[in-house]
Write a protein that binds this ligand. Structure first.
Ligand code: NAP
Length: 311
């Protein structure tokens, strides 16, 4: 039996994703011991609570890993403080609000000899490794990402997502891009984008991207936050050896119209297992390829103004 790490962890930002996913995943993994939380308003019963990260870092030197489940805008300051204090850091996606922030964190982790993990939870969905293996022996002819959801349902009242650095519809869209960059055997790049901004908001509510594929495949993505009713998180692929459909954000895989796998949600359990293995190996994982596509879409994107958005 492998030895449990018994790693002492602090969880920062007791909000939606912390409660929905991080707390159950930490609680179920014996490698982790949740010792403290940092949140200005939220607490977890029975766990020591801090309202600012400085107090945590000063008074609990025994806590060696800090997991940040806060929005991207404040994340750099929290992560930089934790890394400078010699703590290992796990970053919710996206790993920062700009690429330069991410590179600076990577450098800080190296300087301080600690582990830094840019988590991409969708990559850890059950069917992503199966799709990656299937794609690896085929030539892609066409790939279409369709990520359409209802922002009012998934992000109720979250103003940060509409503020600069919040990324708007790329907040879920980057999940699709994290799967794309995981399954493709080679890099692609964005060649054009259209971004629809509500006239009263600073981030897009919808986006359409096209990619250049070095083998000539037709590759594109549409992200839209205005979809009511059934929600769509699909990647459709046509190859020289059949078709694949990944749906439910990576939980379901069909090949040539036949269901080959229907998984369940193990994404955050897999993320905390991965962080434990990075610590054991003394390594970091800071793949920024999904973030590069988002930054390029903002750089190349044609801006269109659309109806105002109100919660
Ligand atoms: P959230 O509930 O709005 O925020 C999480 C917590 O962060 C808040 O409860 C708040 O706690 C703290 N926070 C908010 N603004 C802050 C600020 N300016 N400075 C310091 N702390 C602040 O957001 P969330 O949905 O959990 O998302 C957090 C991150 O997880 C995002 O990067 C998101 O992309 C990612 N994520 C979310 C989901 C999802 O389904 N919601 C899924 C996967 C990943 P206090 O006010 O108590 O400090």
């Amino acid at each position: 039996m492998p030895e449990n790490l018994g790693e002492k962890l602090a969880l920062v930002g007791i909000g939606k994703i912390a409660r929905d996913q991080h707390l159950p995943a930490i609680g179920a993994n014996p490698d982790w011991s949740l010792e403290a939380t940092v949140s200005r308003h939220g607490t977890v019963e029975g766990v020591e609570h801090f309202t600012d990260i400085d107090a945590l870092l000063e008074t609990r030197p025994d806590i060696t890993t800090v997991s940040l489940a806060i929005p991207p805008q404040p994340r750099f300051d929290y992560a930089a403080k934790a890394l400078k204090a010699g703590r290992n850091v796990m970053l919710e996606k996206p790993p920062g609000q700009s690429l330069a922030e991410c590179y600076a964190l990577e450098a800080l982790a190296k300087e301080n000899g600690v582990t830094l993990f840019a988590t991409w939870h969708s990559r850890y969905a059950d069917c992503v490794p199966d799709l990656k293996a299937w794609v690896s022996s085929r030539r892609i002819e066409r790939l279409q990402i369709t990520w359409k959801e209802d922002v009012r349902r998934w992000h109720p009242g979250q103003d940060w997502i509409w503020a600069p650095g919040g990324m708007g519809v790329f907040d879920p869209g980057i999940n699709a891009l994290s799967i794309l960059t995981e399954i493709l055997p080679y890099p692609v790049h964005v060649t054009a984008a259209t971004l629809e901004f509500p006239e009263n908001r600073d981030t897009p509510i919808a986006a359409a991207l096209t990619f250049a594929d070095p083998t000539g495949a037709d590759m594109s993505a549409v992200f839209d936050w205005r979809q009511e009713g059934p929600q769509t998180w699909d990647i459709d692929i046509e190859t020289d050896g059949g078709t694949a459909k990944l749906s439910l954000g990576g939980e379901k895989l069909e090949i040539d119209g036949e269901l080959v796998k229907q998984g369940a949600n193990h994404e955050y359990a897999n993320l905390y297992a991965r962080m434990a293995s990075l610590l054991k190996a003394g390594e970091s994982d800071m793949d920024l390829s999904p973030m590069i596509h988002v930054c390029d879409a903002f750089s190349l994107g044609r801006r269109a103004v659309t109806d105002p958005f109100h919660f």
